[in-house]
Design a protein around this ligand. Structure first.
Ligand code: UFG
Length: 324
C-alpha cells in the first residue's frame, strides 16, 4: 500500500516509515519539520507542509495517490499543554479536522491515528483497558479525545475507517541505532537518564519520590517504538476487513517505576547514575499501565520487546552516537 505518513520525520513517525518500507509498502511523508528531523528519512519523498495549511494538504493528496493515512503530527507535552492550550487545540484538533477534510475530498477512507493514555485522566484501576472512563485532566489529553470523537462521527457520516492507537510510554529506538528519540527540549525519562550518563543536560532529576507506589516513584508502561509501528501494520490489515472507528490501548502490560528504569539503565550502560530527588511534576498520575488484551485479540498484535533492559539497550545505542 502507499501511505501518507503525517509527522513521518518525528520520533515515532520515522520508525513507522522504516517499518512500512521494510514491509514492502510505500511511504510519503508530510511534515512541517517543526520537531521532526529530515535526517531520519533519507531519500524518501517528503512534503514539507503543515496540517493547518489546507491547500498544502490537498496538493499532497493530488500529487500522491495514497491508499491510507497514518497521523503522528501533534504537540504532545502534558505540561506545555497546560500553559498553551490554544496551541494544542489548534494543532491537534483543527489540524486533524483539515486532514479529515482533505482525505474526504481525495477519497481516502482509511486512517491510523495516534492517541494517548492521557485521554483517561486519573486512572481508576491498576490496569487501563478500553472500558476505562475517559476524563482527561490536561488539554493534551482533551485534544486527542476530541479527535477520537471526530473519527467516530466521520465513520457514521462519511464511512471513514479508522484505528486509534492509544500509546502509553513510547520508548527505545530502532536496533540499528541510526534513528531514535531527539526532542528539544527533552522531557522524557529514558532519554534524560541516558543523556545524564553521557554528561548531557543539566543533571537527572526524579520528579516525586512520595507516590503511593512500591518505591515512591511513578510507574509507567514503556512500549518499544518498533512494537508501536508493528501495531500500525496490524491496524492497516484490520481496516481492510472492518468498517467504523476502533480504538486500542497499546502498552506492554508491565509497569516500571522511575527508579527501576534508572537501575535498568545502570545495568545496560555499566555506569553509576546519579540523580537528584525533586518535587512531583504537575499532572503526573502515580501509575499508568495498559491492558493491551483487545489489541492482541482483535489486531493480532504481539509486542516483541517486553523487558526494560532490552528497550533501554536500543535507546542507548542511539544516544551514544546520536546523529541529529
Ligand atoms: N521523569 C523524571 N525525570 C525526568 C523525566 C521524567 O522523574 O527527567 C518521570 C516523570 O515524572 C514520570 C515518568 O518519569 O513519572 C515518565 O515521564 P515521561 O515524561 O517520560 O512520560 P509521561 O509519563 O509524562 O508521558 C507519557 C506520554 C504522554 C502521555 C502521558 C500520559 O509521553 O504522551 O504519558 O500521562 F500524555
Amino acid at each position: 500500500m502507499k501511505i501518507l505518513v503525517c509527522g513521518g520525520a518525528g520520533y515515532i513517525g520515522s520508525h513507522m516509515v522504516r517499518t512500512l518500507v521494510a514491509n514492502g509498502h510505500e511511504a510519503v511523508i508530510f511534515d512541517n519539520l517543526s520537531t521532526g528531523h529530515p535526517e531520519s528519512i533519507p531519500g524518501l519523498p517528503l512534503v514539507q507542509g503543515d496540517l493547518l495549511d489546507s491547500r498544502a494538504l490537498l496538493q499532497a493528496f493530488e500529487h500522491h495517490s495514497v491508499d491510507a493515512v497514518m497521523h503522528f503530527c501533534a504537540r504532545s507535552l502534558v505540561s506545555e499543554s497546560m500553559s498553551e492550550p490554544n496551541a494544542y487545540y489548534q494543532n491537534n484538533v483543527a489540524g486533524t479536522l483539515n486532514l479529515l477534510d482533505a482525505m474526504r475530498r481525495a477519497g481516502v477512507d482509511k486512517l491510523v491515528f495516534s492517541s494517548t493514555a492521557a485521554i483517561f485522566g486519573q486512572p481508576q484501576s491498576d490496569v487501563i483497558d478500553e472500558t476505562h472512563p475517559t476524563v482527561p485532566i490536561n488539554p493534551y489529553g482533551a485534544s486527542k479525545l476530541m479527535v477520537e470523537r471526530m473519527l467516530a462521527d466521520a465513520a457514521s457520516a462519511y464511512g471513514l475507517r479508522s484505528v486509534t492507537l492509544r500509546y502509553f510510554n513510547a520508548a527505545g529506538a530502532d536496533p540499528d541505532g541510526d534513528i531514535g528519540e531527539s526532542h528539544q527540549p527533552e522531557t522524557h525519562l529514558i532519554p534524560n537518564v541516558l543523556r545524564s550518563v553521557l554528561g548531557r543536560g543539566d543533571g537527572l532529576k526524579v520528579f516525586g519520590t512520595d507516590y503511593p507506589t512500591a518505591d515512591g516513584t511513578c510507574v509507567r508502561d514503556y512500549i518499544h517504538v518498533n512494537d508501536l509501528t508493528s501495531a500500525h501494520l496490524c491496524a492497516l490489515q484490520f481496516m481492510r476487513a472492518h468498517t467504523g472507528a476502533h480504538a486500542f490501548n497499546l502498552g506492554n502490560g508491565c509497569g516500571f517505576s522511575v527508579l527501576e528504569v534508572i537501575e535498568s539503565a545502570q545495568r545496560v550502560t555499566g555506569a553509576r547514575i546519579e540523580f537528584e530527588r525533586a518535587p512531583r511534576r504537575a499532572g503526573d498520575p502515580a501509575v499508568l499501565v495498559a491492558s493491551s488484551a483487545k489489541a492482541r485479540e482483535q489486531l493480532g498484535w504481539e509486542p516483541v520487546y517486553t523487558g526494560m533492559d532490552e528497550i533501554i539497550a536500543t535507546a542507548w545505542r542511539w544516544h551514544r552516537d546520536q546523529r541529529y
